[in-house]
Design a protein around this ligand. Structure first.
Ligand code: SAH
Length: 264
């Protein structure tokens, strides 16, 4: 495919592209991603991928769901990797589609390793991770010279479901002015507690973003001390990001998304 003179590569038969779909809004997929979807023969997709993005796939393509839905356990990671290898060995043009960026809390690295070990050629097509796209749609600059010269992405959920115990919350709290926590809503009380114990001010602004970049996007601005109670009162539900940091305060002035969809 050529877009304005740009020649884009094709998925070769027998190879796999690991593609990031972006956080939700279909307009946020890359040109490589959209082009790959248009000519892939098989698309293996996750639960967080919006239906509107699958509409970009070739109508002839086989669509295979490989995620978690309605609380049922997700397909085992080894099974998904083995399936990708098997599809590529059948000489299919395979596209593995994941929400956000495939390698940001998305196990893209594990799948790439399985492909590399099996000798299957692959390409990584990065996507806009929720921690970047979601913040932009909430009018929260990821960095701003007045508030934060660093930003840290954290998972609030280890493999077993608990708050990751191998993270040094003290160091994170003291070392990074802005923290973006993925998969943390269920453990918000504990995470906020850990951060306050480590010296973060309970009055510090916190944003909770759900369904970021989608028409159903919600943004709740609260404080570290109040975050858990406010999130429960507002019935915030996953997928959610928790943003802790002074840059959250810009939301009040920069909330372009709701200003567009709900003119006051
Ligand atoms: N690879 C993905 C993250 C997968 S982990 C990425 O790069 O974005 C799943 C978590 O991502 C969710 O629990 C939530 O914390 C976050 N997330 C993904 N999409 C989101 C969205 N549209 N709105 C809010 N959070 C989102």
């Amino acid at each position: 495919m050529e877009i304005a003179g740009l020649k884009l590569p094709e998925i070769a038969p027998g190879s796999v592209w690991l593609v990031g779909a972006g956080p939700g809004d279909p307009g946020l997929i890359t040109l490589h991603g959209a082009h790959g979807l248009a000519h892939a023969e098989v698309v293996v997709f996750d639960a967080l991928v919006d239906k509107a993005i699958l509409d970009l796939a070739n109508p002839q393509a086989e669509l295979i769901f490989a995620g978690k839905r309605g609380g049922r356990p997700s397909a085992a990671q080894e099974d998904i990797s083995a399936q990708l290898v098997a599809l590529a060995r059948d000489r299919r043009r395979v596209l593995r589609l994941k929400g956000g960026d495939p390698c940001v809390f998305g196990r893209g690295g594990e799948e790439a390793l399985a492909l590399a070990q099996a000798g299957i050629p692959f390409r990584m097509v990065p996507g806009i991770t929720a921690g970047i796209g979601g913040l932009a749609y909430a009018g929260i600059p990821a960095t701003h010279r007045d508030t934060n010269a660093a930003i840290t992405f954290i998972t609030g959920h280890a493999t077993g479901g608990a708050v990751p115990s191998d993270l040094d919350w003290q160091a994170l709290a003291q070392g990074s002015p802005t923290l973006v926590i993925y998969m943390g809503l269920r453990h918000l009380k504990r995470i906020a507690g850990l951060l306050m114990e480590a010296g973060r001010d309970g009055a510090e602004p916190v944003a909770i973003l759900t369904d970021a970049t989608l028409p159903s996007q919600r943004t709740l601005v609260t404080t570290l001390a109040q975050a858990d109670a406010d999130a429960a009162a507002a019935a915030m539900t996953p997928p959610a990001l928790i943003v802790v940091g002074k840059n959250v305060a810009f939301h009040a002035q920069l909330d372009w998304f709701h200003a567009l969809s709900e003119p006051r």
